[in-house]
Structures are given as structure tokens and as C-alpha cells.
Design a protein around this ligand. Structure first.
Ligand SMILES: [Zn+2]
Length: 141
């Protein structure tokens, strides 16, 4: 039996990898095989993000699909990475009333969700506030 897809992709998830076009310098996350700007002229190479960024916009999720129900309410943030690309991700270690636009955040490796049927747990990136004063607060997960 082949290992589940989420394990085969674990390395990419852990390192927060994207792709960079050597022709025009554009950086993409998630990685793309083709540069939308250069198309066939583009040459894509793998690039690793620092994992740091800031909250560009966010929304508080009160009603979620069944798999995420037990985490509600949670913060879904659009994080603008230092390198430019924006990533939609859950924001943890932060209460819904505490999140702010422009808040500095960093990627952390967390449990994404547990599947009900087979008990499969997926791991991946979430973001948390960088400011040390947030660290002592209890994680939601
Ligand atoms: Zn390009």
C-alpha cells in the first residue's frame, strides 16, 4: 500500500515551500508549475518561505463544515508572507477578539483536522502571533 498522500507531502508542508519564476521573479504559494505571467518563457524553481508575515485580512468562523465544527469559533486569516504571496490559514494561539489587521504572525506546524471515519489526522501549517506576550495564552488545540 502506498503511504497516504498527506505523508508524502509532509516535507513540503513542514518547510512551507513555494515556487519562484526565474524569468520575472514572481513568487507563488502554493507552488505552481507554470508562471501565469510568463507561461512558456517562465522557469520555475522551488523556494522556501521564512514563515513570517502579517495579517492582511481575517474572518471569524462560527459555523464550519462538520470536520471543523469542534474548533469553532476560529480565525481564518489571509496572511501576507514577507516574500509577498498571501496564504489563507487558520490563526491559532489568539482569541477571535484579539486578532488585528497588520498583526505579525509566523507559521507553525499543527494538527489540521481529524477525519471522523478513519481517524486520519492531517498536519499542516497554521499561523500564530509572533509577539511574545501572546505565547503564554492557551492554544485552542
Ligand atoms: Zn514569470
Amino acid at each position: 500500500m502506498a503511504p497516504p498522500a498527506h505523508w508524502r507531502r509532509a516535507k513540503e508542508r513542514y518547510r512551507l515551500l513555494g515556487s519562484k519564476c526565474e524569468n520575472c521573479g514572481s513568487i507563488y504559494f502554493p507552488p505552481t508549475k507554470v508562471c501565469p505571467k510568463c507561461r512558456r518563457k517562465g522557469k520555475m524553481v522551488q523556494t522556501e518561505f521564512s514563515g513570517r508575515g502579517k495579517v492582511f485580512s481575517y474572518t471569524i468562523i462560527h459555523a464550519a463544515p462538520k470536520t471543523f465544527e469542534k474548533y469553532t469559533p476560529y480565525i481564518l486569516a489571509l496572511v501576507e508572507l514577507e516574500e509577498g504571496p498571501k496564504v489563507l490559514s487558520q490563526l491559532v494561539d489568539c482569541r477571535p477578539e484579539e486578532v488585528k489587521i497588520g498583526m505579525e504572525v509566523e507559521a507553525c506546524f499543527r494538527k489540521l483536522f481529524e477525519q471522523d471515519d478513519e481517524g486520519i489526522i492531517s498536519y499542516g501549517f497554521k499561523f500564530r502571533p509572533i509577539d511574545d506576550s501572546w505565547r503564554n495564552k492557551q492554544s485552542q488545540n
